[in-house]
Design a protein around this ligand. Structure first.
Ligand code: AMP
Ligand code: MG
Length: 321
């Protein structure tokens, strides 16, 4: 049985002229390869900063603040953790649970299934569904109240948020151009020194090429895809993004969803939400500040009004909307 992780988005780092010195740092954190590339030096402390954030938000580290907090019914988390839980609960409600940070019981069940290479039975899925639901949680005045067996999973939002925090930190330390990549989320800092923007390619769900690209000058780009993490069983693929309504890997007809926003919480959370339920696109577009590119299994590309996505793959075409 196979568990695969692929890169979802690609970013160009080439300059029109090669006169500016570049720096690169790569390390492992938050279950992914983190890559920081800058024009000019990378200041000391960037990796340590990410590792500090990992201690708060990690889903797998049994000593992380999130992990310990998940054991409790009532807690008063750090400002950082409380802030992300509170916002994520609001987005969970706005996305009608398509993105739901309280889905830890279900996502844990599917993580185990991927480890074992076997499907969970219907009884276990239903039991886990009972322990999910953003409406069962209250976050008020810095405290969080939840049923004991309900577990937060910030896996669909933390990397976007951390990518945003990391580039803000780099900027405060003097970096004016570069990016920080956390697997499915990339945060861009300013223009390149030659004034051009960063070309972001969305990978093809079926192979190595790209479907197309857009150019961005700032903001965070997050992609959720069914080819990101999955295992195969009985000749079928089971990916890692769960529709909490069915308890199964989502089957919305979307193969990947890329969201671009100045807000890393929004880009990451909505990439997951729209992957699960693309029919929310117009409603969410009216409420949040973002652009989106959705690649469907029918080889069409759905884009929001100002996404400026250029399709380069010959077999893909814009969707009729
Ligand atoms: P992403 O790649 O940003 O879409 O996040 C996927 C990760 O978020 C998974 O590995 C799970 O840990 C978690 N997750 C899966 N499905 C959902 C969902 N519907 N809502 C919130 N988190 C989810
Ligand atoms: Mg996400």
């Amino acid at each position: 049985m196979k568990k695969t992780i692929t890169v979802l988005i690609v970013i160009s780092f080439l300059l029109l002229c090669s006169c500016q010195k570049t720096a690169k740092k790569t390390f492992f954190a938050l279950d992914t390869v983190v890559e920081i590339k800058t024009y000019g030096e990378i200041p000391d402390g960037a990796e340590e900063y990410v590792k500090e954030l990992e201690k708060v938000f990690s889903k797998t580290d049994t000593k992380s603040e999130l992990y310990l907090q998940n054991e409790k019914e009532e807690s008063t988390p750090s400002k950082l953790l409380y802030g992300l839980i509170k916002r994520s609960l609001d987005i969970s409600a706005d996305t009608k649970g398509a993105f739901d940070i309280t889905s830890g019981a279900l996502t844990g069940l599917w993580d185990e299934a991927a480890e074992k290479g076997a499907l969970p039975d219907a009884e276990s899925i239903n039991a886990c569904k009972e322990n999910c639901g953003y409406e069962k949680v209250r976050a008020e005045n810095g405290s969080v109240y939840k049923p004991k067996d309900l577990k937060f999973d910030l896996g669909a939002v933390a990397k976007g948020y951390i990518a945003e925090l990391t580039v803000k930190k780099l900027q405060s330390l003097g970096v004016s151009s570069g990016f920080a990549s956390f697997g499915g989320s990339i945060a861009v800092i300013g223009d390149k020194p030659d004034g051009s923007g960063y070309k972001i390619g969305v990978r093809s769900p079926d192979g190595d090429g790209v479907i197309g690209y857009t150019v961005i000058r700032h903001g965070i780009v997050s992609t959720s895809g069914d080819y990101e993490r999955y295992f195969e069983y009985g000749g079928k693929r089971y990916h890692h993004i769960i529709d909490t309504a069915t308890g199964m890997p989502s089957q919305s007809g979307v193969r990947s969803c890329t969201v671009i926003s100045d807000d890393g919480t929004v880009s990451d959370a909505l990439s997951t939400a729209l992957f699960v339920n693309p029919s929310l696109l117009d409603e969410l577009y009216g409420k949040y500040d973002f652009e989106a590119v959705l690649i469907t299994e029918n080889k069409t590309v759905i884009t929001t009004a100002k996404a400026e996505f250029v399709i380069t793959a010959k077999d893909y075409s814009p969707a009729d909307r």
